[in-house]
Design a protein around this ligand. Sequence first.
Ligand SMILES: Nc1ncnc2c1ncn2[C@@H]1O[C@H](COP(=O)(O)OP(=O)(O)OP(=O)(O)O)[C@@H](O)[C@H]1O
Length: 632
Amino acid sequence: MEEFVARGVRPGRRWRATLGRPLAWAPLGYLALLVAGSVLAPVLAPTSPAATDLDNVLSGPSAAHWLGTDALGRDVLTRLMYGGQVSLLHAGIVVVTVIGVGVTSGIVAGYAGGWFDRAFTWVVDVLLAIPVLMTLLVVLAVVGEHQTIVMVALGVLVSPGLARVVRGATLAVRKELYVAAARVCGLPHHRIVAAHVLPRIAGPIIVQISLLAGGALLIDAGLSYLGFGAQPPDPTWGDMIAQAASVIDRQPWLLVPPGVVLGLAILASGLLGDVVRDATAHAEPIRDRLHRAHRAPAPVLTPREEPSTALLSLRGLEITLSGGQVVVADLDLDVGRGETVALVGESGCGKSITGRAVLDLLPAGGAVAAGSLLFDGADLALAGPRAMRRLRGSRIALISQDPVGALDPVFTVAHQIGELVRLRHGGSRSSVRERVSGLLHDVNLPDVVARRYPHELSGGMAQRVAIAMALAGEPNLLIADEPTTALDVSVQAEVLALLRRLQEERGMAILLITHDWSVVASFCRRAYVMYAGHIVESGSVGELLARPRHPYTEGLLGAMPGRAQPGSRLAAIPGTVPEPARWPAGCHFAPRCTLATAECSAAPVPVFEPETGHRTRCLHHAKLSGGERASA
Ligand SMILES: Nc1ncnc2c1ncn2[C@@H]1O[C@H](COP(=O)(O)OP(=O)(O)OP(=O)(O)O)[C@@H](O)[C@H]1O
């Protein structure tokens, strides 16, 4: 069990853990016996199910008839075996229908989200209000002689309940970082669902299906009991119970064989579900362990640049989230080929949302409401989902601040990198293995790491694996969203040095999202300072550090521990970043700014360019860096 817990919930291991429980063998063995007995009835059954022995009616168990005979002298064991064919087939049809309708629609709704999910929830709510048995009786009245159709109808009627469970489980898994990471890597949806979603929700699905199978056996027997089942001479367990009930005063034993067989089948089905649930529940802690882990266009005083030749060029970008809330406004940003550019600011300024907009990975309800996102000359805002999927992971890659969370806990490093290598380059198993080893080597990891699972990696190793995965598609642009935030200082330096080496070797551009000026200073050539959805200042890192032209940049730099005088208080900008719904009119930073005047809040502040390439969204920029403030 410990082995299982330590290594995750891979489907094969879940089954091994399940089968490792003695309690699993009894229900599995019993159900296997029932299926084998029914399938092999023509070979194993003592007689024909319709063969009568009128001299030997209603007899108890004997050597000739192990389970006795019924009112027509028919062998009960034979009829039980043949009856199982019908009953188990009917339960099978219900299960297959439920998987086809309930499980599939639940996964699609949970994974796709958006309007499909809303429509699905509405339809499920309506269907759940329909009484199953009443509707089934109507179906029976119309197509009663077609038992297969009746069972399919039963499957459809009980599907909404399961679909809702599956949708909920899928929704939870969809929010996992490793699923987002798989999308960023450009894996097609069907592969993400098959490899990363389905294994995680298989437990509850199996439990629900096992319970439904038992329920289907019971309903099938109930219908036969009421005379709606398979018609004579075909035996069914329900039909046998009905006949036994009619002669219970003369031969009570007759009720025992079908009753016990049916009861045990339902019990075994439910018990099996319980065992799988327990095995899955014991696997859950692994995940806990792994996760310890308005816009009026501003008047522009300086003309916008001529059509950019940059690799990535964002112009006038406006991003809205659900409800139309603007979270990024009038944003211009360029990343040249092979250039390292920082997007820096406090938490909640809109840095990550900007990076996600480039990858078309905005949260549900999010949209690029205005502006353009040019990548290598093509407008990403106009590219369809298919084109974006091709681009992600191959030409644009992402690494995040939670490297362990971005790795699927149930697969080895080799499997996860290999999956991307196969997707991007194809090739034989040995060539994929070779590339995986090459990528691990590129990120300074030994081959032995290939066989490890994410929880067996340190934070720094996990980030290197995430970088190796990002490199698998040989991207032109790497968006690194706080890639060193979760790492300790010495590992931060190693990861940054690695990124710099890889960038130099591969000529890859990097957009580094960070709040850490020391990382910006040591790693980037240019930087954009973001505050409450706006780029408030941009320029070369040297210029920004030496002569900040926006009070916000000045405040951030003043708050750097490295700039503090020993024994003095660390400077801090008073207040916090306002929520997008509370952005003030005019300059968003004005309420926290010591230079703010009434003019700052009167109207949107334009962008100034006091020095070539150095831009600021501050009316009082002249008072900074050599201006009034500096001389004050
Ligand atoms: N999924 C979401 N749903 C609703 N609002 C969101 C969502 N993601 C981000 N936001 C909001 O968008 C704004 C920008 O968030 P974003 O994550 O881009 O900031 P950030 O500068 O990257 O900060 P951090 O470094 O903390 O991630 C914030 O006000 C945040 O509350």
